[in-house]
Design a protein around this ligand. Sequence first.
Ligand code: ZN
Length: 437
Amino acid sequence: MEKISQRRLETRVVEDSERLAVQKENLADESIDYFDVEKLKADFASYNQEKERIDRAPFWRNLIQDKRTRTLANEDRLSAIFYSYKEFSELSDYTDEELLHPHVTKFLWQTILNSQNPYIIKLKSEHKENFFEVAFLNLLKSETLPIEVWLEILQDYKNLLSESDRKIGEMAPKIHEQVADDFIERINPDLETKLTREQILQKLQDSLLKIKDPLIYKNSGTHTPVTKVTRVNLNQDILNGIITPENYHTIAHENLHCLSTGQILEYRFPGFDDDNNPKTIVQRDAQWIGLNVRAVLDSKFNWLNEALTEILASQLSNFPPNSYQSERELLDLILKNGRKQIDIKILYNAYFEKKGKEATKGEDGHKFWKKFRAEIREAYDHDPQFLIRLDDLIREKGLGAATAILKDWDPENPVIIETRSTKDEKALAEVRAKLNS
Ligand SMILES: [Zn+2]
């Protein structure tokens, strides 16, 4: 972790209006909007002019290797999928199986099958349906599919994503109202400080609900706190304008991240650009998201936050939890295996309360978070830094290492968790001061 001199670190609070202003300009960075078929066409045209005899393979190879612009990131993946399934699965974190998962390939196939391109229509007429797929893949593998046809398919695919984006955007206000109603009915009874319908809707209404390209993202949903953009993977139901219970559950999970996001801070600190010239680095981040405590270039208890978000999402949506299973297992072990059992409802309350600098000292701020930390100190009283060390261990060695220790936990024979920072008491004192400030 990079050390930042506190003296040279400038911090200011980012107002909501500013967040919304950057929401639009940041969208391009994470959206289907950077899927630029026109640019591809222009690239190909200039390539075409330069070469008398068109050798298509180098064009694709250049495309795949060209990482200069993010514009090519999507085409990079798409072309790799089509020209080498195997190579692609080795380069990416997709397995062969996941590549062939319906969500990943379905919409491309749908686009190809519905294509009105004369070349595709002719190819379809020459083959029975199943053999068309084989014939098409063979053309791709032999790199003999005309690039113009491929570009037209990409454009159609992009249109399909845009259409779904428009549809889910239209459905957003109704979904948000449902989330507010279900929150009041199913989450509020467990909260000491209840959220009102107005508070919930106000937080959700300026968040944007968008589609994720399933070719680019693996997980089913994301929420970006700084820009308040929520994304869900495209699936056939959304394309048909239907939100299934599973879609609703995914959206509920992401909306909970939105509802539990604290103040956004802007950090400015001295750094260097790519050419090693001094440069002021500007970073914006939420100070805390639910139970995830964040500082500049640092983030603690993300696993705890995701575990609880998924548990709360399931309670809200009435749909079985379907993500962050290992995180939920670990949380369960922590709550049960210490010297005393800890009530998860303390975390429900801590999740929505103000924390960090935003909570006023001496008042009710982070009351439940403090209570949870105190309960942990009682349940694991052999080591006042138990939770911090556990979090360090997870970040150093992964969840599995922490789960293994907690599974065999004997309260009568507790162990000190070994991490790189275990012996660094000075570093521990710093972390402690930061968390308690
Ligand atoms: Zn999440």
